[in-house]
Write a protein that binds this ligand. Structure first.
Ligand code: NAD
Ligand code: AKB
Length: 315
């Protein structure tokens, strides 16, 4: 029987992953947690919910003990754009939070899933077909914390035998919960604005290619990796995973196939543009495909259709 703790469960990924895990493992066996709560919210009300600040080790330990937790999905983090505004704060949450989660996992022998990001790469990394194992010299605080986090997770596996696993997510696109302050947030906002106003002003240049993925694939990646046969994993943390390499212009054109009147213009934010320019255009995820059978289900066309159908219901 699995007892799962999710940190950062009210965020963009956590809010959807929690519900999928509850359906899979039982509503009472998946403990959602976050530093904040929400009124009238499915994650808070459909199963156990606890306020847990991941920078408080004792609180994480208390909840792991209380619910006999054996698996932690550690999603609490500060994303790239906010991390560049508040680097010291991001260091504390992203580094100390992960360290405390790993220490509690060591004490109670839990498995841990931690997402890294395309943000763990930098300008010296090959931008095309970015290999699994390559140069990682990011120049953002987010990237620094992600590279350190990948290494820390590997260390806890090798040194203490903790079952740590993780992927390098690309930008995640979804319709349920808005993203939390990243560089790839435009790729969600564009769909909301297409429905609401039929126009969008994008803060990245039209030809800025980045890896992206639709939320159902992001959730599948996390669960498939955590359920993978450990004997087949040569890597454990930070698997490159991607579903599509797309630019703002590509998304706009996909939307225009449904709403021909949709209009996009550009007002560049130099900080987020510089971050995006330092990230890969498209990662090679063949190692994840080989070691645990990773395969995305959504491309740009399928995702755009599904996003628009769901946002029409929601908005
Ligand atoms: P998010 O910003 O949407 O959610 C993060 C959640 O963490 C929020 O609900 C926030 O309240 C909570 N939180 C912040 N500080 C906390 C603290 N001290 N203690 C406990 N909770 C705290 O983020 P997300 O998009 O869901 O990302 C989850 C993970 O996936 C992060 O590690 C992120 O770096 C990674 N990731 C996300 C994306 C993406 O596009 N969403 C891409 C690559 C990697
Ligand atoms: C961000 O833009 O910060 C995230 C990510 C790709 O890690 N969406």
């Amino acid at each position: 029987m699995k007892n799962i703790l999710i940190t950062g469960a009210l965020g963009q990924i956590g809010s959807e992953l929690t519900m999928v895990l509850r359906k899979r493992y039982g509503y009472d066996n998946v403990i959602a947690s976050d530093i904040r709560s929400k009124f009238d919210d499915e994650v808070v009300e459909s199963g156990p919910f606890e306020i847990v600040d991941c920078t408080e080790k004792n609180k994480i330990g208390e909840i792991v003990k209380k619910y006999n937790v054996d698996t932690i999905y550690h999603l609490a983090a500060i994303l790239s754009a906010v991390a560049e505004e508040k680097p010291q704060f991001a260091w504390n949450v992203n580094i100390n939070g992960l360290y405390y989660v790993l220490e509690v996992a060591r004490e109670y022998n839990c498995s841990v899933f931690t997402p890294s990001s395309i943000g763990a790469f930098g300008p010296a990394t090959p931008a095309y077909d970015t290999p699994q194992d390559t140069i990682q010299r990011p120049q953002t605080m987010y990237g620094v914390t992600k590279v350190a986090g990948e290494l820390l997770c590997d260390y806890y596996y090798k040194r203490f035998g903790i079952d740590t696993r993780g992927v390098r997510y690309p930008g995640i696109i979804s319709h349920q919960t808005l993203p939390g302050g990243g560089t790839t947030d435009y790729a969600v906002e564009i769909y909301y604005e297409a429905i609401k106003n039929k126009k969008y002003t994008c803060y990245l240049k039209e030809e800025t290619y980045l890896d992206m993925m639709y939320m159902p694939d992001a959730i599948k990646a996390a669960i498939d990796l955590m359920e993978a046969n450990p004997g087949k994993l040569k890597h454990r943390n930070a698997f490159n995973v991607t579903a599509m390499s797309i630019s703002p212009k590509d998304i706009a054109e996909a939307i225009q196939k449904i709403y021909p009147e949709f209009f996009i213009n550009y007002k560049i934010d130099p900080i987020r543009q510089a971050i995006a320019d330092s990230w890969p255009n498209n990662m090679d995820d063949s190692i994840a495909r080989e070691e645990w059978g990773w395969k995305p289900g959504y491309d740009l066309k399928l995702m755009t259709k599904d996003m628009i159908e769901n946002l029409l219901k929601k908005l």
